[in-house]
Design a protein around this ligand. Structure first.
Ligand SMILES: Cc1cc2nc3c(=O)[nH]c(=O)nc-3n(C[C@H](O)[C@H](O)[C@H](O)COP(=O)(O)O)c2cc1C
Ligand code: SF4
Length: 486
């Protein structure tokens, strides 16, 4: 995980909570006031659990009993909305990431909806985040890269002064070349493939699969959304954020010259086409929202002023909510170890997405709210009332209430605090907030996510592991489900 430079580094404590409310105060609070979305769906409060991948699906992307347990546990805390983790719209191998890209996933998704519904009895709405992502390879060993992956070109031969040498001699020479020379002999993308692992980009128009994305993705998203509606979900969230395909189309880094990038209109074209196709597949009264970035954070990427323009266009096209996240891009990711893939939350943009306690003077709490509030104000200034979800370091009642009172957002997204204590919303509502298990913003959970290991919280991992009803991780050292603490 990226940290601010040594001179600016400050370690913060947990967020300051001065005013946990009584039950009567909570009953009057904005946080617990209902909200009706443009689709007509009424949310019981403003409490929102954003998508979090827990790495509990099967290797084929199927819902497992562990996935069901995970979401049932969030519903016990009675938030208005739980967004199910990023779920693939295609039927491609992607490890234990949920998938909705084939009719065979319908039954598992139905089981998940039914199980959560049995706990929440309609108080918590279940949305599902739909994602598309591009290919990324693990960082190879130099030997493997030069012997198996690199396609030799005349440019390599010329740069090495070996025009007629056999391929094997060329590959052996490259393998022995020091880094500073390799930077000149290899193209930028070849050098990246060697040092980071090869990664596709939406701008790779010489790759027929990438060139065809605009003609493929609207139907894939629409089919997956229709399947999720058939499974009984209350809504879908289109994943237009972080490092993935749709965010990369929206980004200022999308220089595609085929009409699907380069200008604001071009960058918006595919996200709008996907939204249109999804809407046509699910109808006007089914909730369709999107998560997008209020700031790419990386050099050359979309900054907040432009994000506001993109948000307005998407909201006007008929979104039922707009969830605003920050950063989480590949462009500034740290170098992975050999055999591992780059992870888009290891650079500064990743820090801004999931800010931790080792921070700068500003600290991790409400870190992105000003940008999110500016985007909401831009929508309102143009007469667009789309509800906005804020997230990033929100973990106290006072902060949640302040955001709502100041009109900075309409819904309060709290991911890690809800992971640390899924009951925290209900504890506040009942005036028992002193029993909230507070998130330490340590990012232990996020480190597990990075290694695609079952996500848990350091606060509950080792508590009473031998209690009778505890489900343990494969290594039997961690709880898979948050213990109750009241
Ligand atoms: C373990 C973990 C998994 C996450 N998975 C997703 C995801 O699937 N989709 C997504 O949009 N954001 C994901 N996020 C980001 C969160 O939704 C949220 O934006 C971020 O943690 C900041 O909010 P917080 O400060 O309330 O935790 C994940 C975060 C964590 C900690
Ligand atoms: S591991 Fe637990 S305490 Fe640490 S950031 Fe994640 S949810 Fe918060």
């Amino acid at each position: 995980m990226w940290r601010p430079p040594a001179g600016q580094r400050v370690k913060h404590g947990p967020p300051d909570e001065r005013s946990w409310p009584t039950a009567d105060e909570a009953a009057q609070a904005r946080l617990f006031a209902p909200l009706t979305l443009p689709s007509g769906l009424t949310l019981s409060s403003r409490a929102w659990v954003p998508a979090m991948v827990p790495w509990r699906a099967s290797d084929e992307g199927e819902v497992t009993p562990a996935v069901i347990d995970w979401y049932r546990r969030f519903a016990e805390g009675r938030p208005a909305v739980v967004v199910v983790e990023a779920t693939g719209i295609r039927d491609v191998a992607s490890g234990p990431l949920l998938r909705a890209g084939h009719p065979r996933y319908l039954d598992g998704l139905k089981r998940l909806v039914d199980a959560v519904g049995a706990v929440s009895r309609g108080r918590t709405r279940l949305f599902i985040q739909l994602i598309d992502f591009l290919k990324i390879r693990r960082r190879p060993s130099p030997k493997r890269y030069f012997e198996e992956f690199l396609t030799l070109t005349t440019a390599h031969r010329e740069a090495l002064g070996m025009p007629l040498a056999p391929d094997a001699a060329l590959r052996a020479t490259l393998l022995d070349l020091p880094d500073e020379k390799l930077r000149h002999v290899l193209t930028h993308r070849e050098y990246e493939a060697l040092t980071m692992g090869a990664r596709s980009r939406v701008t790779d128009l010489d790759d027929p699969e990438i060139a065809a994305l605009p003609s493929v993705l609207p139907a894939r998203f629409a089919e997956a959304a229709a399947r999720c509606k058939a499974a009984g979900f209350d809504g879908v969230e289109l994943h237009y954020a972080h490092a993935y395909t749709m965010a990369s189309f929206l980004s200022a880094l999308n220089t595609r010259g085929d009409g699907w990038g380069a200008t604001l209109e071009g960058r918006l074209r595919l996200p709008l086409a996907v939204l249109d196709a999804v809407r046509a597949a699910v109808g006007a009264d089914f909730t369709v929202g999107a998560r997008m970035l209020c700031d790419d954070v990386v050099e050359g990427g979309t900054r907040p002023a432009e994000a506001a323009t993109l948000a307005l266009a998407l909201a006007r096209a008929g979104l039922d909510f707009l969830s605003l996240s920050t950063g989480g891009r590949f462009e500034d990711a740290a170098q992975p170890r050999e055999g591992e893939a780059a992870y888009p939350y290891t650079g500064q943009s990743g820090y801004e997405c999931m800010p931790g306690v080792v921070s700068d003077a500003r600290g991790p709490y409400l870190r992105n709210i000003a940008k999110q509030a500016m985007i909401r104000a831009h929508l309102r200034a143009h007469g667009v009332a789309t509800p906005v979800v804020a997230a990033g370091g929100i973990a106290t009642f006072a902060d949640a209430e302040g955001i709502l009172a100041r009109g900075e957002a309409d819904l309060i997204g709290a991911a890690r605090q809800s992971l640390a204590d899924p009951d925290w919303w209900e504890k506040i509502r009942q005036g028992r907030a002193r029993a909230v298990r507070r998130c330490l913003f340590s990012n232990y959970c996020e480190a597990l996510d990075q290694r695609h290991k079952a996500v848990t919280c350091q606060q509950w991992d080792r508590l009473a592991l031998d209690a009778p009803d505890v489900t343990l991780s494969f290594d039997r050292r961690r709880r898979l489900i948050a213990p109750r603490s009241w």
